[in-house]
Ligand binder design. Structure first.
Ligand code: NAD
Ligand code: 0WE
Length: 265
């Protein structure tokens, strides 16, 4: 893995702290020899992200709230000034208002729906379009998704619908960007205790259920997602685009709880 990403440069969006999935990806990209910039949302995260950038030897760290076209355009300029062209982008960003993450899906509000789609889905499309001119041929772009896009996961609700749209956009973007050799894929990660997850009531139950029912009988971690991300961003996977790879200890293949006693009789 040492030289897999040697000479490759890119941008990682969505590191909030050392528990972020984006941090697990960044650590592994660093190990593989890549060089990258970090972007984060909100001044309050600066004090968390600056030391991480130092640790990982990032030559550029900047704020970028993806709800702003100007911020995304400024990000392209910053990255171009530092690196010229880049080879990869990691999008590890999601947000939905609490009203969209529990109770009934249909209680999502118009404003909450629009905001969750904007931050967690549209931003990926905008980033692909705005960064395309400074991407090298054979570049690779990834985003993060979750099984709730494909099937109903209790309480994931609005985020499930938004991730379904994100996974559909991965396919259309793969088609749009394929003529320049740029690949677009997603990783569907199993549940991992991060800052975003800590805002979810009963997240421990989700972790326990996945651990008990996954074929591998355990949960995954940020490092495992990070290693798959390196594969998708490297030249090991030049034939893969428009794909959604599950890094979930196999949980997604199960149609029923391993313990049939839960509902039998
Ligand atoms: P995290 O809280 O560490 O990361 C989420 C990031 O989104 C944060 O850095 C936050 O600042 C950023 N963000 C929110 N609004 C933003 C905005 N307007 N502009 C820019 N950035 C913004 O949590 P995480 O679990 O590492 O989440 C990363 C990705 O992984 C998300 O897309 C999430 O849906 C996905 N995911 C998480 C899990 C899990 O169980 N933790 C499982 C599958 C997929
Ligand atoms: O994508 C996610 C969660 C993303 C997320 C988390 C929050 C919490 C704080 C988006 N918006 C917010 N808004 C907040 O105010 N995951 C894949 C993690 C997750 O969330 C769940 C899960 C899993 C897994 C919610 C219910 C059930 C399972």
């Amino acid at each position: 893995m040492q030289n897999l990403m040697a000479g490759k440069r890119g941008l990682i969006m969505g590191v909030a702290n050392q528990k972020s999935i984006a941090y697990g990806i960044a650590e592994n990209l660093k190990k593989a020899g890549a060089e990258f910039a970090l972007s984060y949302a909100g001044e309050t995260l600066k004090k968390r992200v600056d030391p991480i950038a130092t640790e990982l030897g990032c030559p550029l760290v900047f704020e970028c709230d993806v709800t702003s076209d100007e911020a995304i355009e400024a990000a392209v300029k910053e990255v171009e000034k530092e690196f010229g062209k880049i080879d990869f982008i990691v999008h590890a960003i999601a947000f939905a208002d609490k009203s969209g993450l529990g109770g009934k899906y249909y209680n999502a509000t118009r404003a909450g729906f629009a905001q969750a789609m904007d931050i967690s889905c549209y931003s990926f499309t905008a980033i692909c379009e705005k960064f395309a001119p400074i991407m090298n041929e054979n570049g690779s772009i990834i985003t993060l998704s979750y099984l709730g896009a494909e099937r109903v996961v209790p309480n994931y609700n609005l985020m499930g619908v938004v991730k379904a749209a994100l996974e559909a956009s991965v396919k259309y973007l793969a088609c749009d960007m394929g003529d320049r050799g740029i690949r677009v894929n997603s990783i569907s990660a199993g549940p991992i205790k991060t800052l975003a997850a800590s805002g979810i009531g009963e997240f421990r139950k989700v972790l326990n259920y996945n651990e008990a029912n996954a074929p591998l009988k355990r949960n995954v971690d940020q490092d495992e997602v990070g290693r798959t991300a390196v594969a998708l961003l490297s030249d090991l996977t030049t034939g893969i685009t428009g794909e959604n790879i599950h890094v979930d200890a196999g949980f997604h293949v199960m149609a029923m709880s391993k313990d049939l006693a839960v509902t039998a009789e």
